[in-house]
Ligand binder design. Structure first.
Ligand code: GDP
Ligand code: ZN
Length: 455
């Protein structure tokens, strides 16, 4: 990593200012050759973290009036010498200065290359590097907060603590490895307790990662019910716009429609209007229903909609019972069409189910429904959600399995301390990979490829 990289760090388009960023051993010298400071000073001699006013001049022509920030290794974002040039925010100026800097010897940076250098120079670990992208892309306040906590190293810290617990256990174990028959029962029980504790903590982390997922992707609320009960009308009422087609013909919504809602609490909610579930009349119906079942699986909260002005059919009750039998799904029973005379017999549903009465058509009870959704979200303790990418999630699942194997070895093969030692070693290694200590450049590259240029 000895070359000098350059990129435009602000989005292309017209703006008040634009920023060009450089990193590498010679970047101060490169900029010095095209920058004419107002006060005659030598950029290579100024101190780190200073700002300098002047012109970018190329072939005797002033390109722009700029501010130049100098950061010296190792106290910069990347850990290398860095320069940031603040220009006027014209794409023409930015492109021109970029071209000049390339002619002076800098190379156009790849996506995420600045952050990758920060990672490779030990300024941040892999999880922190990734959080920078998550901060930029955060779609809600909650997502931003979680990404910032990851940048501060809170996720890394819990992983590092777990890793060192594994390491300690392995060291104890190694001390007894040569004489496994001398290991006392008390000692073995202690190891077992430690391993079980690690397993528990890994499983907490996995749960938190799941919560992190839906902080990022939104809390998924799905509207389900037999055709014509008013799901699409309710979707529109929640979205406050006419997005789903509402018609008196059953089965209009054959696919599903997704809408995004930002609650005042800062949470992102994704609402799905689905094809009515029931007995399919044709192949399109059938496909729609299959899709519905797929998103049902991924949803966090189910709004089971019934028509209060009609009677509940046998089929509807069966559907309701089927949905209730899904694990980990929260359900609200929404009784729609309260503006009409009510015929519905609610005693067919169990008493403990939460019920909300609405009229999608007249806008009655919609706020209550929103509040109920909020309540379900806040009961999820999402504030502790963490962001883990799929590779790291898989690693963590692997670690969980190692825990189970280790426990089983301790119980069933108490003399085979060497096997247990190997398992613990693999666990440490897996933790190291998540933290980027054991550089798996493959994963690192995949992560940085998602970055925008200039980060
Ligand atoms: P879906 O098949 O469950 O999506 O139901 P739709 O939203 O397409 O509505 C079916 C029919 O019920 C339409 O004619 C709607 O205008 C009507 N409808 C929906 N909600 C209400 C309501 O709250 N009150 C009344 N009176 N009619 C409604
Ligand atoms: Zn519909």
């Amino acid at each position: 990593m000895k070359d000098d990289i350059v990129a435009i760090a602000t989005p292309l388009g017209f703006s008040a200012i634009g920023v060009i960023r450089l990193s590498g051993p010679n970047v101060i010298n490169i900029v010095k050759r095209v920058f004419s400071p107002r006060r005659n000073k030598d950029l290579e001699k100024v101190s780190s973290h200073t700002l300098h006013y002047g012109n970018i001049i190329y072939k005797d022509e002033i390109i722009d009036e700029v501010l130049v920030a100098i950061y010296k290794a190792p106290n910069s974002y990347t850990g290398e010498n860095m320069v940031e040039i603040f220009t006027h925010g014209s794409p023409i100026i930015l492109e021109e200065i970029l071209k000049i800097l390339v002619e002076e010897g800098a190379r156009i940076a790849e996506r995420g290359e600045f952050t990758k250098r920060a990672f490779l120079n030990g300024k941040i670990d892999l999880l922190q590097a990734e959080s920078i992208n998550e901060i930029i892309r955060a779609e809600s306040k909650t997502a931003l907060k979680r990404a910032l906590s990851k940048l501060k190293g809170e996720v890394s810290k819990s992983l590092r603590e777990l890793k060192s617990k594994v390491e300690h256990l392995r060291i104890y174990l190694e001390a007894s490895m040569d004489f496994p028959e001398d290991v006392e029962e008390r000692e073995r029980e202690d190891w077992l307790r430690r391993l079980e504790e690690i397993k528990r903590e890994v499983s907490y982390l996995l749960e938190k990662a799941e919560r992190g997922d839906w902080i990022k992707g939104g809390y998924r609320v799905i509207l389900v019910g037999r055709p014509n009960v008013g799901k699409s009308s309710l979707f529109n009422a929640l979205m406050k716009e006419d997005r789903a087609i509402v018609t008196p013909i059953p089965g209009t919504t054959r696919d599903y429609i997704e809408g995004e809602l930002y609650l005042s609490s800062g949470h992102l909610v994704k609402i799905y209007d689905t094809a009515g579930l029931g007995i399919p009349k044709d192949i399109l119906d059938k496909m729609g229903m299959e899709k519905t079942e797929k998103i049902l699986e991924k949803s966090n909260l189910i709004l089971f909609v019934v028509d209060g002005s009609g009677e509940i059919s046998e089929e509807e009750i069966n559907l309701f019972e089927k949905i209730r039998s899904y694990q980990n799904k929260e359900i609200i029973l929404v009784i729609n069409k309260v503006d009409l005379p009510q015929k519905v017999e609610l005693s067919v549903f169990s008493e403990d189910i939460e019920k909300i009465f609405v009229s999608a058509k007249e806008g009655i009870g919609i706020e209550d429904l929103e509040k109920a959704i909020e309540r379900h979200i806040s009961s999820q303790e999402l504030e502790d959600g963490i962001f883990l990418n799929v590779y790291h999630r898989e690693k963590l699942k692997e670690i969980y399995q190692f825990c189970e194997e280790g426990i089983s070895v301790l119980i069933n093969l108490p003399q085979s301390l060497d096997i247990l030692g190997d398992i613990l070693y693999d666990m440490e290694k897996a933790f190291g990979e998540i933290l980027g200590e054991e550089v798996s450049l493959d994963i690192a590259d995949k992560i940085f490829a998602n970055f925008c240029v200039g980060k």
